[in-house]
Design a protein. Structure first.
Lengths: 334, 325
């Protein structure tokens, strides 16, 4: 088990490096640079720009820029003449942002906040976790309910609506929620007021979580139906156990195991979903920042976006695998 | 009692024995035709296709024609505001530039259908090739190809597509076909991994079947085994997976356009593909308070299209894989 986990963690390292390399390549191929996205409104004097280019190492060869950002660089202090190693993304240093002209690092930009002005990471993480909680808390009971009432109108209704939610996807669900609840019913404002701790979160959470919820409900239903046909359930019924005991003790414990596996893909959907859900509901989170960074050619922020998403996905998938192994003693990892 | 002892003397039974056995495909079509949701989906998809082809005949106005003093008219049945009333000429109202919404929608369906279907060819080509080779060859080649697939699948695909679309937006690739070609390429590059894994899994299980062993025993060359015997048997899951992938691509185009890196709307009155449902969603979202119908109609159309493909896909899955029922 430990060897398996270690190997999985190690496999994530080359994945991160390759994803980083491709992202860096695409970012550098993009015409225009961080300091001249709008040449007609150039705010920088040539002298300042030269200093900035020097500071960001933009005149180095491509591979040197990449290793400098990703791994490390040996820098010489111009005043003292000391040389030291400056670690890169591999050590968690995501670099200074180009938009701030190097004054602020990506870490400060994303993770630093005050209680009155939370960080971008806080908004994205809270939205993602809320959506996941929403998906699990509603998806699993609805799936169980549909399976226990198999072939009744309730089952048909639940199955039909989960098919619709899965089919529509996060984007269209978000837009429908906006039309119905913000425009027609006027329960929510289109421009959110983030000082309110509850109200602005409701629509984005539901929008982001609904597809996963429907997905989880569908899988739970199939899984409970599968277990219901097993011999040990018939044995339990034959020996006269109460229906409630059979459902809670014998059925659900086994039926919910496969549901754990769907959490990996569900998390992936939630993470990519934040990119546009944050735009539609105007959440000041990381997703919007990364999309904007591409337009502004903020190379450090683009890299950070790619690396952070791959990193969290890797962790999430690993946790799901471990949880599955712990919950199901029949599964051993080699 | 006696009749069950000698069944073959019964002429009716003899007749049944001589009827041609039904093939897997005709059997599947029979099952599909009994599935009302799937058939409704198929009919609606056909309607969309007819509308897309006949858009120039059906559209009452040119989709990019800007009519002065005619902007933001609500749909024809909204007549409660005398300052801005719906008129029968513009059944679904007009947008901020005074263009007819109905005409734009008809043309938009064209692009959205193309966006959903055309990249599938590239996705299938890459995915099937890699899956077949990987599953059939096995060994180090399989290992290499699957590691490659895993890395591509690990890419944050939406972020990758956005970055790629931004990078090549100003090149010839980004200008061809209003930027749609670039979307096709970007989407195809990251979306083939599911098909590759699916085909590989199928090949791995088929490889061990007796009929493949028999083909090998009589000396059939490997390419012929792949092409004649293995590929046809992987088609059913591929068809199902493709019908689910079409609505996903339609929605990806809309996501890209909302984020500002998708299709460029055209102002050329002769352009046969001036706008897409994604473009109309974006325009509607940006004018949410002044003209809610600008968002509502494209949402209804795109939802109908995506639901139809999903119901058809569900029906195909049930029809092609009887074990799942």
């Amino acid at each position: 088990m430990t060897a398996y986990i270690l190997r999985r963690i190690l496999w994530n390292v080359p994945v991160l490096i390759i994803v980083g390399f491709v992202t860096f390549g695409i970012a550098k191929l993009t015409p225009g640079g961080p300091f001249d996205t709008q040449p007609e409104r150039r705010q920088l004097s040539p002298r300042v720009e030269a200093i900035l280019r020097e500071r960001f190492g933009m005149d180095l060869p491509f591979w040197r820029q990449f290793t400098r950002y990703m791994f490390f660089d040996i820098v010489t202090d111009p005043r003292t003449g000391e040389t030291k190693i400056q670690w890169g993304a591999i050590a968690g240093n995501l670099g200074p942002t180009y938009t701030s002209r190097g004054a602020r690092t990506v870490q400060q930009e994303l993770f630093e906040g005050t209680p009155s002005r939370p960080s971008k990471f806080y908004y994205s993480a809270r939205l993602g976790l809320q959506a996941l909680a929403f998906a699990v808390v509603f998806g699993i009971p609805l799936g169980i309910l549909a399976a226990l009432r198999q072939n009744t109108w309730l089952d048909y209704l639940l199955s039909f609506s989960s098919t619709i939610f899965v089919a529509l996807g996060t984007l269209i669900t978000s837009l429908i929620l906006v039309i119905v609840f913000a425009v027609i019913l006027n329960w929510f404002t289109v421009i959110p007021d983030w000082s309110d701790p509850v109200k602005p979160w409701i629509l984005p959470t539901v929008a982001l979580g609904s597809t996963s919820m429907a997905f989880i409900a569908r899988l739970t239903r199939a899984s409970v139906l599968e277990v219901k046909r097993q011999d040990y359930i018939r044995t339990a019924q034959a020996k006269g156990l109460a229906g409630q005991v059979i459902v809670w003790r014998h059925m659900l414990k086994n039926a919910l195991l496969p549901v754990v596996t769907v959490l990996g893909p569900a998390l992936a959907g939630l993470i990519t979903g934040t990119l546009f859900v944050e735009t539609i509901f105007q959440v000041p989170g990381m997703g919007r920042t990364f999309v904007d960074a591409i337009g502004k050619r903020d190379y450090s922020m683009i890299m950070a976006g790619s690396l952070i998403y791959v990193f969290f996905l890797g962790i999430a998938n690993l946790l799901v695998d471990i949880a599955y192994g712990v919950l199901d003693p029949r599964i051993t990892y080699k | 009692m006696t009749s069950s002892v000698k069944p073959f003397t019964n002429p009716i039974d003899l007749q049944t024995l001589h009827t041609k056995p039904r093939s897997l495909w005709s059997d599947a079509i029979r099952r599909l035709r009994r599935n009302y949701a799937a058939m409704a989906g198929l009919v609606i998809i056909c309607l969309y296709i007819v509308v897309a082809i006949a858009a120039p005949l059906l559209a009452p106005f040119n989709p990019v024609q800007q009519i002065p003093n005619n902007s933001l008219r609500p749909p024809a049945w909204v007549t409660d505001n005398p300052a801005r009333m719906g008129v029968p000429e513009h059944l679904l109202g007009t947008d901020t530039l005074g263009r007819d919404v109905l005409s734009r929608l008809l043309y938009a369906i064209r692009v959205s259908l193309i966006v959903g279907i055309v990249p599938q060819f590239a996705i299938l080509l890459i995915g099937i090739t890699i899956g077949l080779v990987s599953g059939f060859a096995g060994g180090w080649l399989d290992n290499l190809l699957m590691r490659f697939t895993e890395i591509v699948a690990a890419f944050p695909d939406l972020l990758f597509i956005i970055a790629l679309s931004t990078a090549f937006r100003e090149t010839w690739l980004g200008r061809t076909f209003n930027g749609l070609l670039l979307i096709f390429v970007a989407v195809s590059l990251v979306s083939w991994t599911g098909i590759a894994r699916l085909v590989r899994g199928q090949v791995l299980s088929l490889k061990e079947k007796e009929f493949i062993e028999a083909a090998r025993a009589i000396g059939t060359p490997a390419p012929a085994i792949l092409w004649r015997h293995i590929l046809p048997n992987t088609l059913a899951p591929i068809i199902v997976s493709t019908s689910f992938s079409i609505p996903a691509l339609i929605s990806t185009e809309a996501v890209l356009t909302i984020l500002g890196v998708g299709m460029r709307p055209s102002v050329d009155p002769d352009n046969p593909f001036p706008t897409s449902l994604g473009v109309m969603l974006t325009e509607g979202y940006n004018n949410l308070s002044s003209g809610p119908w600008l968002l509502s109609f494209p949402v209804i159309l795109i939802a109908g299209l995506m639901l139809s493909f999903t119901f058809l896909g569900d029906g195909l899955r049930d029809a092609l894989d009887p074990r799942e029922r």
